[in-house]
Design a protein around this ligand. Structure first.
Ligand code: MG
Ligand code: ZN
Length: 221
């Protein structure tokens, strides 16, 4: 595993570098998902479940963004996939220059689907284009059904949302219907999946969506 320490703030160059990243992904025929979430929503668990389910048919790589530490990258590396850990050293999101640095450490010719696991934060990750094809939000039912109304940009910028930990709904006041209704207020076109990574419940539609998007992208290049 390679740990890349981000020392410079390169926000000004973001749009330009995002374009460059996107061109590179197109050349390499890689589907790129910018995975955003709150801390503790189970986004790393979703990646683990995804790799276990389709990792033998599709080559998956991960750029793992965290402020500090390598815990998530270590979890994913156990699945024998290429992983780069980005440590943002205080920055609360991943941007395009950080992704560009991470790409130098990845075997791009051997990757079909690349996930950028963003820093856990429902605010600014939505504001930064990293060159991805789609932003996908992982949202845990434990976060409360009012959150889509409090952080609308995150929901607006996402193409799809994976609602996780649905197995916990019986213990919560949160309603799945309210989460969905409030999310669609910010983004009526949001594609919604309801899963539990705890017991691999209902992952199929999420996996089918991913594979369809990969097929679409390959058809376009
Ligand atoms: Mg994580
Ligand atoms: Zn930020």
């Amino acid at each position: 595993m390679v740990t890349v320490k981000i020392v410079k703030d390169l926000l000004a160059a973001n749009a330009e570098i995002a374009l460059k990243n996107r061109e590179l992904f197109k050349t390499k025929h890689i589907l790129v998902i910018n995975l955003m979430s709150s801390p503790g929503s189970g986004n790393t668990s979703l990646l683990e479940a995804t790799v276990k389910a389709i990792g033998n048919q599709y080559r998956i790589g991960v750029i793992e963004g965290d402020i500090e530490g390598i815990a998530d990258a270590e979890r994913l590396e156990k699945l024998h996939i290429p992983v780069v850990q980005l440590n943002t050293k205080g920055a609360c999101h991943i941007d395009a220059p950080m992704v560009e640095r991470g790409l130098e450490e990845l075997p791009l010719d051997d990757i079909d689907i690349l996930f950028i696991e963003n820093v856990g934060n429902l605010v600014c990750p939505a504001e930064f284009d990293c060159g991805e094809d789609y932003k996908v939000l992982v949202f845990s039912v434990t976060e409360g059904d009012d959150k889509p109304l409090k952080y609308p940009l995150m929901f607006h910028e996402s193409t799809a949302m994976v609602i996780n930990k649905t197995d916990l709904l019986p213990y919560l006041d949160s309603s799945l219907e309210t989460i969905k209704r409030n999310s669609l207020k910010s983004n009526p076109k949001l594609k919604i999946f309801e899963v539990s990574t705890k017991n691999n419940y209902n992952l199929d539609s999420w996996l089918r969506w991913l594979i369809t998007k990969l097929t679409d992208k390959r058809g376009r290049v």
